[in-house]
Design a binder for this molecule. Structure first.
Ligand SMILES: Nc1ncnc2c1ncn2[C@@H]1O[C@H](COP(=O)(O)OP(=O)(O)OP(=O)(O)O)[C@@H](O)[C@H]1O
Ligand SMILES: [Mg+2]
Length: 205
């Protein structure tokens, strides 16, 4: 389904709800509504001229490419397209950030679903590499995991020599992050991390 994307001039006139204000070298992330549909825009345009002319373009192009490679994967919001060299848009998918406080609220097979989502992503040759960050894995409304923020992602052509050599290594970082979330979401009696008197046993994330 192709949805009309606003031009930059239209975008600048639309009301926006800020989701995350970027620092001096990061994009702003905000929500807009267009034809009754909510979209998330990741946008380097508010940054300074040097960032806009250099890493802003490069990071936007790279991240947009990763989203494109994953388009159609159920655990990844749909890619909606580039607005210009500094911004792209994806489907808005409501969800809650990962963390220990979701324990008891996630479906019992949530971690298995997350593992399957990662397998599907890796099958396309994409590794996320920043899944330990609680803001990058969401609990979706139907209890499914949602993967967002492909700013650190890498990809290799599935089946290529490079992929056969390096994908398992890179994928192991994602799998390690998934094991972290599995531990944090496990019922207390199964959570080795909080069973003893170890530091941080009652940390909420
Ligand atoms: N497709 C989406 N659907 C719903 N919310 C989203 C979506 N994309 C991003 N968000 C929200 O916006 C926040 C920031 O997005 P993202 O992680 O891509 O940006 P970021 O610049 O990497 O920010 P951070 O440094 O916090 O990770 C997310 O943590 C999430 O709350
Ligand atoms: Mg993020």
């Amino acid at each position: 389904m192709s949805l009309p994307l606003p031009t930059r001039a239209e975008l600048d006139r639309l009301p926006r709800k800020l989701l995350n204000r970027g620092g001096s070298r990061n994009p702003d992330v905000y929500c807009i509504e267009i034809s009754g549909t909510q979209l998330v825009v990741k946008d380097f345009a508010p940054r300074g001229a040097l960032v806009r002319r250099t890493i802003g373009r490069w990071v936007t192009a790279r991240e947009a490419r990763a989203w494109q490679l994953l388009d159609g994967q159920p655990s990844v919001p749909a890619f909606r397209g580039r607005i210009d060299a500094l911004a792209f848009a994806v489907e808005y998918r409501p969800g809650r950030r990962m963390g220990r406080k979701l324990r008891g609220e996630v479906p019992p097979d949530f971690s298995d679903r997350l593992d399957r989502a990662l397998s599907a992503m890796h099958a396309r040759g994409v590794v996320h590499l920043d899944l330990r960050h609680r803001s990058n894995v969401l609990l979706g409304e139907g209890g499914d995991p949602i993967l967002i923020d492909f700013g650190s992602a890498l990809w290799l052509r599935p089946g290529s020599l490079m992929a056969r050599l390096f994908l398992p290594l890179f994928a192991s970082f994602d799998l390690r992050a998934a094991r972290k979330w599995r531990r944090k979401l496990a019922p207390p009696d199964q959570d080795e991390g909080s069973s003893g008197s170890g530091r941080g046993a009652s940390r909420p994330t």
